[in-house]
Design a protein around this ligand. Structure first.
Ligand code: T1G
Ligand code: NAD
Length: 697
């Protein structure tokens, strides 16, 4: 087996090459290989050492799959200290992305170069970790405290040119990285340049108030997370301690993060997101069709956002509406969204102009004759959607993909009205579609492998995170949210108030509580969806008695300024409404429900465990392939707290026996739903969900 680290001499330069596909992660073998190569290079006759990587990228960090396993020496900090301690100058040459431990290697070297377009970053915070190999101590020494905090707290990589302007990279070459890096090495040697240790630099002075100010911002932005605050502690320590003590402080904080359940949850999500794009019965070599143009039917809330997502990815869009007035309305939403983004400085005006220019309005189906994919986003009326699919079947070219953005409807029934159900699929975006990253890819009974593979590739092209669902009512996300919302409504009737239910789930980490979410989405959405169901499928309707009363009174939520809460039209701030509190108490009395004090723990468990229980049924039925897919749906579509890993991972973390015991209790006491068979069998077998091998096992 070839070694992941090789060494050769070029002229007077000792060249160390790391080659560990796919992303040169700092596995145990790479750490060992690098240590040995540095020892060789510093002992031979060469004058300078160059470290570079083969393949598509520089080291993209520690090997995340090794975390949680017994640690193996050498530890990365030791290897990087060896690099920095070299008596010969060490140069690193970056291409692709130097991330995490990979960028810490760059910081530990004495001279740093990169090819234009390369990016460097410290994304550890997205894994519930912090840069644990000197990054929190060396970055502020080179770039100052604010830039260092921004790099580590955003976790966003920056381009080589920006890194150069921050002093993190010394040279950026247009191309021919290796040749230019070797020439630069010879130049440094000729100039008699020696080692330059970042650890010997001091952190530029800064107003220490920045640390408290940052912690205050994080209290909102990273609510419930550990790692961001420990990053601030480490950078603050760098301003008052020498490198060795600061590095020791960092190692302690790193260990605390690594051993925390939060990091285990966020590492789970890292791999779950990549797994979610894979379909177990779809061969890797399945052909994928080119998507060069998009048609969208319906320019309302969703159609407009979907058009922006496509234009943002450089795809031309034909947006079809019933008439010019409706088109005007659609474009005013789109223009409004772009100008808001420009006003917040997140997009240049000319880029917004260019993207808007990619969206063409029409009321004529002929404009869709040549597009590669059409996404229907008209009213949630199955008959209207079928009418449109019949029309698309007539006008669209062979090979065009016909997709529906329906939230609940039967994708197979819609596809069946066409002569090409194999080219039909569900593409379920989330509102606002130009912001929300989740895309539920709903494969119909007849959807071909090629169309499914193309849809997943399309999701990545428009920078969405795909999760594949089979057809069922509400697919993965909305099907699970029904029992979650039902429990929230039942808790109101039993004694809680909207603000207490929402506060409990908010403190649990949800981006927003269930009652506030229903006000945001519009109380009529759920009302219409329930009304559209056959009576036998509606379940216990009393649970929704209060919300139905509000809808029938025209209180539809934020869009009417009042729902469960009254909302300030300017700030959208929601305030409890004593009239609603009165309605809730009267409805309890009318239903003969005796109100009681309800603990936050019960509120959280009834809502979250009902999600989990429905998730178990979805896995049993094969609607979702794996528990991680459900976690990705809830992370990117429903604001489930990232540091809890998603509802299914969370269930394993709290222990399935406890979940089962509570689900059983809630069903006996509140008719909250029978425990799922999968939950029962896993507990009976003493297994965790993570050990479950799926329906086709
Ligand atoms: N460890 C293990 N596997 C990794 C990996 C890593 N660091 N990065 C990627 N992979 C796998 C990934 O699972 C996938 O596998 C394949 O590589 C391609 O990845 C001490 C503690 C580099 C920008 O957080 O952001 O350093 O699915 O599909 O879209 O301070 O991968 O094919 O089987 O994502 O082109 C910090 C993580 C680690 C960067 C490429 N580093 N990686 O994106 O490909 S912690 C990170 C990425 C650390 C130190 C600390 C991206 C990428 P498979 P991909 P991509
Ligand atoms: P919307 O009412 O905001 O927009 C629907 C648009 O479709 C309107 O502009 C209307 O003029 C247009 N339309 C109606 N009939 C048409 C026809 N025959 N030809 C062309 N255009 C026509 O609705 P929305 O919220 O954007 O929802 C659209 C679809 O997306 C629905 O199926 C809904 O379930 C689904 N969806 C909605 C959300 C959400 O949060 N709003 C989220 C995901 C999916």
């Amino acid at each position: 087996m070839s070694q992941p680290v090789s060494y050769r001499v070029v002229g007077n330069v000792g060249v160390i090459t790391i080659d560990n596909p796919p992303v040169n992660a700092f596995s145990h073998a790479v750490r060992t290989g690098l240590r040995d190569a540095v020892e060789t290079a510093t002992a031979d006759a060469t004058g300078i050492v160059l470290i570079a990587c083969a393949g598509r990228t520089f080291v993209a960090g520690a090997d995340i799959s090794e975390f949680g396993k017994p640690p193996a020496d050498p530890w990365l900090p030791e290897v990087l200290d060896l690099v920095e301690a070299s008596h010969k100058p060490v140069v690193t040459a970056v291409h692709g992305t130097a991330l995490g431990g990979g960028f810490e290697l760059v910081l530990a070297s004495h001279y740093r170069c990169a090819v234009a377009g390369a990016r460097v970053g410290l994304p550890e915070v997205h894994l519930g970790l912090l840069p644990g190999a000197g990054g929190t101590q060396r970055t502020p020494r080179l770039a100052g405290v604010e830039a260092a905090l921004d790099l580590m707290l955003s976790g966003k990589p920056i381009r080589a040119a920006e890194a150069e302007s921050l002093g993190l990279i010394d040279r950026v070459f247009e191309d021919n990285l290796e040749a230019n890096a070797l020439a630069w090495c010879e130049e440094l040697l000729a100039a008699g340049e020696g080692p330059r240790k970042v650890s010997e630099k001091t952190v530029p002075t800064v107003d220490t108030a920045v640390f408290e100010a940052t912690r205050k911002t994080l209290a909102k932005r990273a609510r419930g997370q550990l790692a961001p605050f420990k990053i601030v502690d480490c950078v603050e320590e760098a301003t008052r301690a020498d490198f060795a003590s600061g590095a020791e402080f960092e190692r302690e904080r790193f260990r605390e993060c690594l051993e925390s359940p939060q990091s285990a949850a966020m590492r789970h999500l890292f791999f779950a997101e990549r797994e979610a794009a894979k379909v177990s019965d779809l061969p890797k070599e399945t052909p994928v069709r080119e998507i060069r143009s998009v048609g969208i039917i319906g320019g309302g809330t969703m159609g407009g956002g979907i058009a922006m997502s496509c234009a943002n990815a450089g795809l031309p869009v034909h947006l079809l509406e019933v008439d010019a007035a409706a088109l005007e309305r659609g474009f005013s939403i789109i223009k409004g969204n772009y100008s808001t983004t420009v006003s917040k400085g997140r997009l240049k005006a000319q880029d917004a102009e260019q993207r808007l220019g990619l969206i063409e309005g029409t009321a004529d189906y002929a404009a869709l004759a040549d597009v590669d994919v059409v996404i229907e986003a008209v009213f949630e009326d199955p008959e209207l959607k079928k009418t449109i699919f019949r029309k698309l079947d007539e006008v669209c070219k062979p090979g065009a993909i016909l997709a529906t953005n329906t939230s609940y409807q039967d994708v197979d029934a819609i596809a069946a009205v066409t002569s090409r159900p194999e080219d039909c699929i569900g593409l379920h975006f989330f509102s606002p579609a130009n912001v929300m990253r989740l895309l539920e890819v709903v494969r119909g009974e007849k959807t071909s492998g090629e169309v499914l593979a193309t849809a997943i590739r399309f999701a990545k092209t428009i920078r969405k995170v795909p999760a594949v669902s089979r057809v069922c009512y509400g697919f993965i996300g909305n099907r699970m949210v029904n029992p979650y919302m039902r429990e929230a409504q039942k808790l109101l009737l039993e004694g809680a108030m909207p603000e207490t239910v929402d506060a409990a789930l908010f403190d649990f980490g949800m981006a927003m509580g269930p009652v506030a979410v229903s006000d945001l989405a519009g109380l009529d959405i759920g009302y219409k969806a329930r009304q559209a169901l056959p009576p036998e499928a509606r379940g216990d309707e009393t649970a929704f008695r209060v919300v139905d009363t509000l809808v029938e009174a025209g209180r539809l939520g934020q869009k009417t300024g009042a729902g469960f809460y009254t909302s300030d039209p300017a700030t959208r701030a929601a305030a409890p409404d004593p009239n609603v509190a009165k309605l809730i108490v009267e409805t309890s009395e009318a239903l003969g429900i005796e109100r009681r004090d309800i603990e936050d723990t019960e509120i959280v468990e009834r809502c979250v465990f009902s999600l989990v229980n429905e998730g178990m049924k979805i896995l049993e039925e094969g609607v979702a392939q794996r528990p991680g897919d459900i976690d990705i749906v809830y992370l990117y579509g429903y604001g489930f707290p990232v540091f809890r890993g998603g509802p299914m991972f969370y269930a394993d973390a709290v222990g399935l026996p406890h979940v089962l015991e509570r689900v059983r209790e809630f069903h006996e006491r509140f008719n909250s739903g029978e425990p799922a068979a999968l939950l029962e069998s896993l507990v009976a077998d003493g297994k965790r969900l993570a050990d479950w091998a799926g329906t086709d096992a």
